[in-house]
Ligand binder design. Structure first.
Ligand code: SF4
Ligand code: SF4
Length: 260
């Protein structure tokens, strides 16, 4: 993917986010040396002082668009990136900050800041794909470092990353977990949530709260019916889908169905 005689250039960009997904790359520890050997880490302000300007072979984008300047900046990042991959719930769905999409952001600012007139922000938090073409979306809050390495390797090799689109329930079955919904009556979003974490929460007898966002074609209607039978009321059903991936299509639609 890079010009002959040079290593592919990797850039890591931050928009509105907590930095946790970028830290997943730094958390790769042993594998990071191999990544650093395979690519030229040309722009990664979280990790390096220097920054190579110009064009990049692979851009990893963390964070959502919440300001007018970020809306302009992502256009520039796209124009300078051969391949653009969004990483994490903020970049792929707007993140927890997308809760503002149901609220009055001016009212929020007036409560939080002593001088809200200094705050320049958009009324919404939106995914990067709402602004530019995205080549691949990697889900999670934060993302899995195993999956991140797979995406980087795949993109450098010019193949599609292997990140199964099935639900967390499949991962539970593969681990031999006892279902927390069936056995314990614990509400769990696993049936509608994208796999990738290895079913961490049910492995510790906790319900999944959907941090990997919606799986491919999730049956949220059926799950909500099941959650209702476990005692969750209308308000609970509205809230359970409104967390890190609140603005991801199927979760947004299902939460709206129980709103009001
Ligand atoms: S515990 Fe949750 S994720 Fe695991 S099988 Fe049951 S419903 Fe699915
Ligand atoms: S089980 Fe659900 S909430 Fe827990 S880490 Fe996995 S996707 Fe996130």
């Amino acid at each position: 993917m890079a010009a002959k005689n040079r290593k592919p250039r990797l850039a890591v960009w931050k928009f509105a986010s907590c930095d946790g997904c970028q830290l997943s790359l730094l958390d790769c520890e042993d594998e990071l040396l191999a990544v650093a050997g395979a690519v030229d880490i040309a722009y990664f302000l979280e990790a390096t002082r220097g920054a190579v300007r110009g064009r990049y072979d692979l851009s990893l984008v963390e964070g959502s668009v919440t300001t007018a300047s970020d809306a302009a900046r992502i256009q520039d990042v796209r124009a300078r990136s051969r391949t653009l991959v969004t990483i994490g719930a903020c970049a792929t769905a707007g993140g927890i900050q997308a809760l503002r999409n149901w609220a009055d952001v001016k009212e929020y600012a007036s409560v939080v800041y002593a001088r809200p007139d200094y705050i320049q922000t958009l009324a919404t938090s939106t995914a990067i794909a709402d602004h530019v073409a995205v080549d691949f979306e990697l889900r999670g809050c934060p993302i899995s470092k195993r999956q991140l390495l797979e995406v980087i390797s795949a993109m450098l090799a010019g193949r599609r990353p292997v990140t199964p689109p099935h639900s967390v329930c499949i991962e539970c079955k593969l681990k031999g977990n006892v279902c927390v919904m069936v056995a314990l009556g614990t509400p769990c979003l696993g049936p509608v949530t994208h796999a990738g974490c290895g079913a961490i929460c049910p492995s510790y007898n906790r319900g999944c709260y959907g941090c990997y966002g919606p799986m491919e074609t999730p049956n949220t209607l059926s799950l909500s019916d099941g959650l209702h039978k476990l005692g969750m009321d209308k308000r609970g059903l509205m809230q359970v889908y409104r967390t890190f991936n609140a603005s991801a299509g199927p979760f947004r639609e299902e939460s709206d169905r129980h709103d009001g």
